[in-house]
Design a protein around this ligand. Structure first.
Ligand SMILES: [Zn+2]
Length: 267
């Protein structure tokens, strides 16, 4: 039997349910019709240690959305089950919490912080300007940051320095690269995952919510900077083309069902 260390790199896709909102929360100036978006997150198993990207909603959203998120639930209503919480979903897959070496944060919005502080051996990696903004957000953005999710005692953090760390290569083997893509939030990151069998996967996360946003047909319904958002998409399109990457947008109800979900994986 193959030992765990000999297994190649695998990427698993998960979701912590959906958020119920309105179309214009996702696509600027779109309708007020109800709109439902998936909340994706990712696991990468790697010989040097397992890696979570984001972790979706905190599991508390399954039982007490208003208690955990407060008034923002009037805009984004989380619908998820406890078994979809990242710790539970990983256990279902046979992945022990202790095996998680890194939790990579695209940014610190509430539907991405479900993994922070739940994996005892993990170092959490985020852009420094995102971390600082999460504590000092402007009025229009403050509701998107749930401080109790990321301000926990004893967390190990590693902060990235924006442009200076662009392309940060987590294991030094090119398998997981962190791309600086500000705009949706001040310190947003996307991820380029290089595998052995499949084409590379470009996880835009919220740098592109949907294919409309990727194709310059809509601005996202929420952003910190329109100019940076548009330029980050242009940068990602260049990277996707250069690497022949499959693009995975961040909250896309149309594209998301086309990807394999755990326990299936990409390798
Ligand atoms: Zn976000």
């Amino acid at each position: 039997m193959k030992k765990e260390e000999e297994q190649g790199i695998r990427l698993y896709m998960f979701q912590t349910g959906v958020l119920k909102c309105k179309e214009n929360n996702i696509k600027m100036n779109a309708s007020l019709e109800p709109y439902e978006i998936p909340v994706p997150w990712y696991l990468i198993t790697h010989p040097k240690g397992n890696v979570i990207i984001d972790g979706g909603n905190a599991v508390e959203c399954a039982t007490d959305p208003v208690g955990h998120w407060g008034d923002i639930t009037q805009v984004y209503w989380p619908v998820m089950q406890e078994k979809e919480g990242c710790v539970n979903a990983l256990k279902e897959l046979g992945i022990a919490p202790e095996s998680i070496k890194f939790v990579l944060q695209s940014h610190l919005h509430l539907d991405h912080t479900g993994a922070v502080g739940r994996f005892p051996n993990a170092t959490h990696i985020v852009q420094r300007n995102e971390y600082e903004y999460a504590f000092t957000a402007d009025w229009f953005a403050a509701g998107g940051y749930i401080r109790k999710d990321f301000d926990k005692p004893g967390l190990k953090w590693h902060f990235l320095k924006g442009e200076a760390d662009d392309g940060f290569d987590l294991f030094g083997d090119g398998s997981i690269r962190i791309i600086y893509t500000p705009g949706h939030s001040p310190g947003h990151s996307s991820f380029l995952i290089t595998l052995s069998q499949s084409a590379p996967l470009l996880l835009t996360v919220d740098a592109a919510y949907t294919t409309d946003h990727w194709d310059d047909k809509a601005l996202p319904g929420f952003l910190a900077s329109a100019v940076d958002s548009v330029r980050s998409v242009a940068k990602l399109r260049f990277l996707a083309s250069k690497h022949g990457a499959t693009v995975v947008t961040g909250h896309d109800p149309d594209a998301w069902p086309s990807f394999k979900k755990a326990p299936e994986f990409y390798d």
